[in-house]
Design a protein. Sequence first.
Length: 79
Amino acid sequence: MDEEKNEVEKQLQQSKDFVNVQQKLLLLPVKYQEVIALKYFEEKSIKEIVEILEIKEGTIKSLLSRGIEKLKNLVLNAT
């Protein structure tokens, strides 16, 4: 019984965390939102993102790196 309760609480917390990250993502400039959403929510590869956005691979990688850092700061500073 306790294991089931713990699992439900864990899933609830993960859902809350996911919603929090999505809300914070919307605070970022669109250029970061696009690459992060494509990479992590739509599970696209870097090469697929290059084709979709018609941006150089290095730029995609840079936007991902900077965007994730900015998102991390937003999430961590909100707690």
